[in-house]
Design a protein around this ligand. Structure first.
Ligand code: 26Q
Length: 745
């Protein structure tokens, strides 16, 4: 790295703009990274994911190369503030938890020296850029390459052809080094060759409400899956010959949800057609190679494909899937399964392919992403498969990389921790060990650090949103994709109730607080967009009311992304994780907040359960119905209108949707939200996410937190208990588990 630093010292910066400097410095660092890219190991793991939400590469890579502080110093001698590079936006080739998890996993594997390679798509446009106009979400294309792309290497010599029935496209690899103790590679394929080819890697999640959109999505899935399988089979044949007996011993593939599961059929296709392996052998090799992670139990997110659609562009794949179904039926019959059991697990039934069933049947291991989630997979979603193949099912509770989410996002807290327990915790194999015993020694520093991170966050919010949050406000934050099950609407009602109570003089000792929201809604998700508008309306009301603006603020930040998240998690006191129990598979934002010393105000859902197991219920604020209680409510007939009739505060807050407090501009969206809660819709019961059921315990928890914060030192100790007990939620731990139990690397 000395060579890099010397060249940086010689770099002439005069008259160069930020983008030019960014590209030149990154290119210098990239030379070093490239030299360190490790050769493949004997046995390698591959992560196939349709999303990677990497965040900014610049600071992270300089940190991983061990030169961040030195670069900052050299640049400042030249009169350049390294923070200027924050202007360079990050590539958002993902939309949420699943994509960010993929990024954390690659980071951890590199840190641990494990050979894990990522495969995905190099979208021309990432997730849209969001802005608010009159409180409504607007979407702009995310042209991330306009800043240049100094962190990837185009591998012209390694492109390959991917054939659909109607046309062929070229998959051109772009390699992104993932820097750690070992330098691995994330390989993203770009589709080239014709205008229709280029469409395949143009957008992340193209609208799939038309036949054409659905076909495009299927093409995307096949495109990168087939490119990956093409490479792995070709490399194997070159190194080991064409018999493929040891393919499963040399390669293990993790399917990040079902989006790449078509790779299973593609491997079988390549082995049978190109290498003349028998179908049964090829299927056995595939079974030994693949594993599947499920990330959601929501029925609408479980992929199925109509046979007709698959057959239209991938006829060989359709044949293979039908043949796998026959193989599956035969095996299940031999095991004595009933017709009902066979139907439950069917890969193919009545002209439809069930991709999760394919993944479960063909995968050696099937995992959920938090303990509760894995139990739900075993007892509900995949109950039949669990009865027949119990050995497949295992839990791998998610984690997040402490390098980006603590060391990079919060160097101040990291330094304070060093001061108490030394720097060993920074090692990927270490946790916070003795920190638990030194909470008291760290309390004052922690409070000071939190103030600093809050001020930095408020400065940033002022710059981006044009609103100033007063210093010393208590920060509650709910940042995540906008979805009804995540219940941002419940937080909106809770905030309105607090507002009403403050105005009525019923909350006189309320510590001044801000509620931060950050979320993008899928462009076609009408209710989610209405919720954004509703929260922005509440924000305008509360922030401008002289009676409340000194004690309550609401800010919905625009274009929430990884870089925004880094600032929010560091400056927040209270992490809001309030999904309907049973529906948030894990959550990973909850872990980022925990590591940075926020208490969790949440339901017993996903990884929240494990968070309070580790950090103590007394140091967090759990409220609302448990999964069992939700199930009981569903069975006994839940009536949200009874809740509204009994609780005038709830009724007042919810009525704000329709009583003229706010206007939806005549769209009827607010009435629709109201009706969804009180009447239901053709496809769901009223309030099917149990917002009104949990609202009162939610408001109580928020008020209790506010009271407890009055004793700042005591509250800080709760926050620090969360930091000290967050070792388990490092993705280094998660990846070590995948490596030991599933990948055997
Ligand atoms: C499915 C069918 C058709 C089109 C799109 C999809 C689709 C796309 C994206 C389904 C699901 C996703 C993304 C899911 C996701 O991000 N899940 C989150 O994964 C995190 C990492 O495991 C968990 O922490 C979150 O709880 C979970 O919501």
């Amino acid at each position: 790295m000395n060579e890099f630093l010397n060249r940086l010292k010689e770099l002439d910066v005069t008259g160069k703009d930020v983008v030019t400097l960014y590209n030149e410095i990154s290119a210098l660092a990239m030379e070093q990274a490239e030299k360190r890219i490790a050769p493949h190991a004997k046995r390698n793991a591959y992560y196939l994911s349709i999303e990677y939400l990497l965040g900014r590469a610049f600071f992270n890579n300089l940190m991983e190369l061990g030169v961040l502080d030195e670069v900052s110093r050299i640049l400042s001698e030249k009169g350049v503030d390294i923070r200027n590079f924050e202007e360079i936006e990050d590539a958002a080739l993902g939309n949420g938890g699943l994509g960010r998890l993929a990024a954390c996993f690659l980071d951890s594997a590199a840190a641990l020296g494990l050979p894990l390679y990522g495969y995905g798509i190099r979208y021309k446009y990432g997730l849209f850029k969001q802005a608010f106009q009159d409180g409504r979400q607007t979407e702009m294309p995310d042209d991330w390459q306009k800043f240049g792309d100094p962190w990837s290497l185009r591998r012209e010599g390694e492109k390959r052809e991917i054939a659909f029935a109607d046309y062929t496209v070229t998959a051109v690899p772009y390699d992104i080094p993932i820097i750690g103790e070992r330098v691995n590679v994330l390989r993203l394929f770009q589709a080239e060759g014709s205008p229709q080819a280029e469409k395949i890697s143009e957008y992340l999640y193209p609208a799939d409400d038309t036949e054409e959109g659905k076909l495009l999505r299927l093409r995307q899935e096949y495109f990168f899956s087939a490119a990956a399988i093409g490479e792995l089979t070709e490399r194997y044949a070159k190194e080991h010959g064409k018999k493929f007996d040891d393919f499963g011993a040399c390669n293990v593939i993790q399917l990040n949800d079902t989006h790449p599961v078509i790779a299973v059929a593609e491997l079988i296709r390549v082995l049978t057609v190109q290498y003349k392996v028998s179908f049964d052998r090829a299927a056995a090799i595939a079974k030994a190679t693949f594993n599947y992670t499920n990330h959601t139990v929501l029925p609408e997110a479980l992929e199925c494909w109509r046979e007709e659609l698959v057959r239209k562009i991938l006829p060989d794949i359709a044949d293979i899937l039908v043949r796998l179904q026959r193989m599956q039926t035969k095996e299940l019959k031999a095991r004595g399964c009933s017709a009902k059991e066979i139907a439950d697990m069917a890969i193919y039934r009545d002209g439809i392919f069930y991709m999760a069933n394919l993944a479960v049947y063909m995968g050696t291991a099937v995992n959920g992403v938090a303990a509760l989630h894995t139990e739900i997979l075993k007892n509900t979603l995949f109950a039949t498969a669990y009865r027949i193949f119990p050995e497949k099912f295992r839990n791998k509770t998610n984690g997040v990389t402490k390098r980006r989410w603590l060391m990079l996002a919060n160097p101040e807290l990291s330094g304070a921790i060093d001061g108490v327990i030394g720097t060993a915790w920074r090692d990927p194999r270490e946790g916070f060990g003795a920190l638990k015993e030194h909470i008291d020694a760290l309390t004052d520093d922690f409070i000071a650090v939190k103030e600093t991170k809050k001020r930095q966050l408020f400065d940033y919010i002022e710059q981006k949103e044009g609103v100033r949050i007063p210093d010393r406000f208590l920060v509650y934050a709910q940042v995540k994709r906008l979805h009804e099950y995540k219940r941002q609407l419940m937080t909106a009602f809770a905030v309105l109730e607090l507002y009403h109570a403050i105005k009525d003089g019923a909350l006189s000792d309320f510590h001044p607080s801000v509620f931060l929201f950050g979320a993008k809604s899928a462009p076609s998700y009408r209710r989610a967009k209405a919720i954004i508008k509703f929260i922005n309306d509440i924000s305008a009301l509360v922030n401008n009311d002289p009676a409340t603006k000194d004690v309550l603020r609401v800010v919905f930040v625009q274009n929430y992304n990884v870089s925004y998240a880094e600032k929010i998690v560091a400056g927040t006191d209270v992490s809001l994780q309030v999904s309907t129990a049973g529906l948030e598979a894990s959550g990973t934002g909850n872990m980022k907040f925990m590591m940075n010393g926020a208490v969790t105000c949440g339901t017993m859902d996903g990884a929240n359960i494990e968070i309070v197991e580790h950090a103590g219920k007394e140091n967090n604020y759990i409220f609302g119905a448990t999964v069992e209680e939700i199930d009981a409510l569903k069975a006994s007939g839940y009536d949200p209108n009874a809740v509204l009739a009994q609780n005038s505060a709830h009724n007042r807050a919810v009525s704000a949707l329709i009583d003229g407090t706010f206007s939806d501009g005549g769209t009827g969206e607010y009435r629709e939200l109201y009706d969804a809660l009180t009447v239901g819709a053709s496809w769901h019961a009223p309030d099917h996410y149990f917002i009104l059921h949990d609202l009162s315990s939610y408001v109580h928890a928020l008020v209790q937190i506010n009271r407890d914060y009055g004793n700042r030192a005591m509250f800080a100790r709760k926050q620090l208990q969360n930091v000290a007990n967050s070792s388990f939620f490092s993705s280094d731990r998660t990846i070590a588990e995948y490596a030991a139990d599933i990948w055997h690397i």
